[in-house]
Design a protein around this ligand. Structure first.
Ligand SMILES: [Zn+2]
Length: 338
């Protein structure tokens, strides 16, 4: 029927680099007074003379490591959305693993060493945007009407999106400007308004008009030789930030399913997994090894004459867990000996 059904999937080409020694936090003047990312800054911090945190290269970096971060982590955008806005250590850890969000930027200060880096405020703001969009997507997949209704207000003439954050921008869609969308609406249903939000936000994040700091278009189109020496069409993000939004976009349009691993609590793409998937195989095995090590320690302490309560404190394992393991062991022994 439509051409989209026969269209091949978009392939992505993205290589990104990071310094071998990683990044650090440095406090410097908000010298350029750039207010683009100031959503989370208090009015005082907007002052050009204010001191704000930056993420910068460690000065002793000798070379750069090139990585294919999207291939290494097919759900990188979800991990980015998962970052705690107030946890600088975790944000720095993400930068150390994946690099800067945008192409290298140098800040010059009077009487100070220049700084190659990004403002922490840029990170916080971008994490927040991704988190907000990711939540709406997850809620619409799980049809969580209560959560959707808490941020989306629909009436006959408008759809309003209101988020509970400082200096948050209110988004409104009017019936006059979007008559087609309003014809699709069913009273009490939030899925179409949620999808409309995804559409606006993702299109906005991948358009160079919105993020001035991109400096070049967020996505370039490239032709790449395949193994048959033919040319294949590729989308090539020009920054980590654009790459993550493109990854998100592909997940949304391909209706992929994500699930949190019950053990490591990281998101995983489970589209091809069975419905009952709960955790990574590696995590399960690691957990088993950890448990069997602890069980061995429990048995050793029991032989030494220690009580279960003392062992629980010593090994940092719950008393009930210890009792359960021991019970299971005895059962297994009986099963093995017919
Ligand atoms: Zn896991």
């Amino acid at each position: 029927m439509s051409t989209t059904e026969t269209q091949s999937e978009e392939c992505t080409y993205f290589r990104w680099s990071k310094p071998d020694t990683g990044y650090q936090i440095r406090h410097e003047m908000n010298y350029d007074g750039n207010k683009d990312y100031a959503v989370f800054l208090s009015p005082g911090e907007l002052d050009e003379r204010a001191i704000v945190p930056y993420i910068e290269y460690q000065h002793k970096a000798t070379h750069f490591i090139e990585t294919e971060v999207l291939k290494d982590s097919p759900v990188l955008f979800a991990r980015f959305a998962d970052l705690d806005l107030s946890d600088v250590t975790k944000i720095l850890e993400f930068a150390n693993q994946n690099g800067f969000l945008l192409p290298t930027h140098i800040y010059n200060f009077p009487d100070r060493l220049p700084l190659t880096g990004e403002k922490l405020a840029l990170w916080v703001n971008q994490i927040w945007l991704m988190k907000q969009t990711f939540n709406i997507w997850q809620w619409s997949l799980s049809k969580d009407t209560d959560k959707l209704a808490s941020v989306i207000k629909v009436d006959e003439k408008s759809i309003r999106y209101q988020f509970d954050t400082p200096r948050s921008r209110l988004w409104i869609i009017n019936k006059q400007n979007h008559p087609t969308l309003f014809r699709k609406l069913i009273p009490g249903d939030f899925i179409i308004p949620a999808r409309a939000f995804m559409q606006m936000r993702i299109d906005e994040q991948l358009s160079d008009m919105r993020i001035k700091a991109y400096k070049k278009p967020p996505i370039a189109m490239r032709l790449v030789f395949n193994s048959q020496n033919e040319l294949d069409p590729y989308l090539a993000p020009t920054s980590l930030l654009a790459a993550m939004w493109l990854q998100f976009r592909q997940h949304v349009t391909r209706e992929r399913r994500l699930k949190r691993c019950e053990i490591c609590e990281q998101w995983e793409d489970v589209t091809v997994n069975r419905e009952s998937w709960t955790s990574h195989e590696l995590c399960v095995n690691r957990d088993k090894v950890k448990k069997s090590r602890k069980l061995m320690a429990v048995k050793k302490h029991l032989q030494e004459g220690l009580g279960v309560d003392d062992i629980s404190v010593k090994l940092n394992v719950g008393v009930r867990d210890i009792q359960r393991w021991l019970k299971k062991e005895t059962e297994n022994k009986f099963e093995q000996k017919p």
